[in-house]
Ligand binder design. Structure first.
Ligand code: ADP
Ligand code: MG
Length: 492
């Protein structure tokens, strides 16, 4: 199957050729002819299968006839995150190089003024996140009554992010006679309900079972303790011992943990970037860029932040936390093993994670192998430190968020780590030869102090949350209330 057989215009075909794609992916091959025939399409295919071009290429062809009117976009694409919206825009820039189309992006974190001006002039393609689109609409500067084609992309993620009410509102604002394209990696019942409501007599294009994972991915489970410092140590061992690690995404369930783990990895000499929902647009783009260019080969991310990001050829996925929703597992490991390449995924499993694991194995329809001892084979630990330590960490992290740490301090810490990271290959090989699997045994208490870049005594926080040795009693942390002078009531 070639792109020439799909009915795309010459302009689009030339741009596709120039971009280096030689063959359409299955979802593209199946969806594009139907989009061109103006049918509604329900496209279900896992992450990384090329769904974006499945709608951008035929849209470009369709948009060659007709022209935009002021304040009335001709087509509307809804994306759950700003990054995904920006990626779709990149797609239009790349494949629309032979067209003269006006493409506007309506996402948070960008000023209303520029976006307003563009819309007022008239746009062919409007790419938006649901909330921002409604903000614009409510300001009265935007009319949706000219939308001929509506794309709802990453529908399952829209559901996870609570955007469904917004989308239902938006769908009521666009003409009933529009063409609708609806894409999702998975099809939970709520998404099916929406598809039934929004699509008219759709063609259903389904590439693989919604819950399947690519066969090119080697999936492994790694038993670990449930304390954060134990998990971080297990993760470091995995990264150091990984085979053919080129770049990796490390997933956390909570955005707060993204920040903590990111700092910890940096302190341990890994060149890592972070991506979570609390970062502003500029910081997110900068993090992504540093990861794409390879400057930062490790990206610590939350599900929402990383959803559907176009990062080609990720060699490894590490699930620092086992995902609560089994479908997230499919999405996460879909970041690797793309386009037939081999990939690896390692999922940390601690006490208490058994239920989530069972759900994942049920969803993907196969058991996942353990790397090293299984959780059941792990020695149960009586000497595990108390929860207090974890709480101390949280407290100190919160303190730092408040900006106690100066900018220059952060920069100083970073520098030696990049140098260390400069020869990742040799270091991995080394550790592989020395201790291929033992290295990953999660339980051995291993003080990692020697790996830490030197810091000035002032730079060293009393509440340093990254000293991973178990702490006895209060450790070096004394809660502030204990340091306050005790008020002694005077007797009257
Ligand atoms: P999805 O939305 O299904 O998760 P994307 O549209 O983001 O996937 O595409 C995933 C990756 O595959 C991107 O890096 C994209 O450039 C690449 N890709 C898409 N179509 C093709 C193709 N026909 N040939 C080769 N690579 C492709
Ligand atoms: Mg996508």
């Amino acid at each position: 199957m070639s792109f020439a057989e799909l009915g795309l215009s010459d302009k689009v075909q030339q741009a596709v050729e120039a971009s280096g794609y030689t063959e359409p992916t299955p979802i593209q091959a199946q969806a594009i002819p139907h989009v061109l025939a103006r049918r509604d399409v329900l496209g279900i295919a896992q992450t990384g299968t090329g769904k974006t071009a499945a709608f951008t290429l035929p849209m470009l062809t369709l948009l060659e006839t007709g022209r935009a009117r002021a304040r009335m976009p001709r087509t509307l694409i809804l994306e759950p995150t700003r990054e995904l919206a920006a990626q779709v825009q990149d797609n239009f820039d790349k494949y629309g190089i032979n067209h003269r189309l006006s493409v506007a992006l309506l996402i948070g974190g960008v000023s209303f003024g520029d976006q307003d001006a563009k819309i007022t002039r008239g746009v062919d393609v409007l790419i938006a996140t649901p909330g921002r689109l409604l903000d614009h609409f409510e300001r009265g500067k935007l009319l949706l009554s000219g939308v001929e084609l509506l794309v709802i992309d990453e529908a399952d993620r829209m559901l996870d992010m609570g955007f469904i009410p917004d989308i239902e509102r938006i769908v009521k604002l666009v003409p009933f006679t529009r063409q609708t394209l609806f894409f999702s990696a998975t099809m939970p019942p709520e998404i099916q309900r929406l598809a039934d409501a929004f699509l008219h007599n759709p063609v259903k294009v389904e590439v693989a079972r919604a819950a399947s994972t690519a066969a090119t991915i080697t999936q492994r489970l790694v038993a670990t303790g449930s304390e954060d410092y134990e998990k971080r140590e297990t993760l470091r061992g995995l990264i150091r011992g990984a085979t053919d690690l080129k770049n990796a995404i490390v997933f956390c369930n909570r955005k707060r943990d993204v920040a903590v783990l990111h700092r910890s990895l940096q302190k341990h000499g890994f060149a890592a970037a972070a991506l979570h929902g609390d970062m502003d647009q500029h910081a997110r783009m900068a993090a992504l860029d540093s990861f794409r260019t390879g400057e930062m080969p490790i990206l610590v991310a939350s599900d929402v932040a990383a959803r559907g990001l176009d990062i080609p050829a990720v060699s490894h996925v590490f699930n620092y936390d086992i995902p609560h929703h089994a479908e997230d597992y499919v999405h996460r490991i879909g970041r690797t093993g793309r386009a037939g390449r081999t990939g690896y995924s390692f999922t940390l499993v601690g006490p208490g994670d058994e239920k989530s694991l069972t759900a994942i194995e049920k969803l993907i329809g196969q058991p996942i192998e353990w790397e090293g001892p299984s959780l059941a084979e792990m020695p149960s630990s009586g000497e595990r430190p108390s929860r207090r330590r974890v709480r101390n960490e949280e407290r100190s992290t919160r303190g730092r968020k408040g900006g106690r740490r100066s900018q220059s301090e952060g920069r100083e810490e970073r520098r030696p780590e990049r140098q260390e990271e400069a020869a990742p290959q040799s270091r991995q090989e080394q550790s592989r030869q020395e201790q291929p699997r033992q290295e990953q045994a999660p339980r051995a208490p291993r003080p990692e102090r020697e790996n830490r870049p030197a810091r000035s005594p002032q730079g060293r926080s009393r509440h340093d949350h990254d000293n991973d040795a178990p702490v006895v009693g209060l450790g070096d942390h004394v809660p502030a209330f204990l340091l306050r002078p005790t008020p002694i009531k005077k007797a009257k």
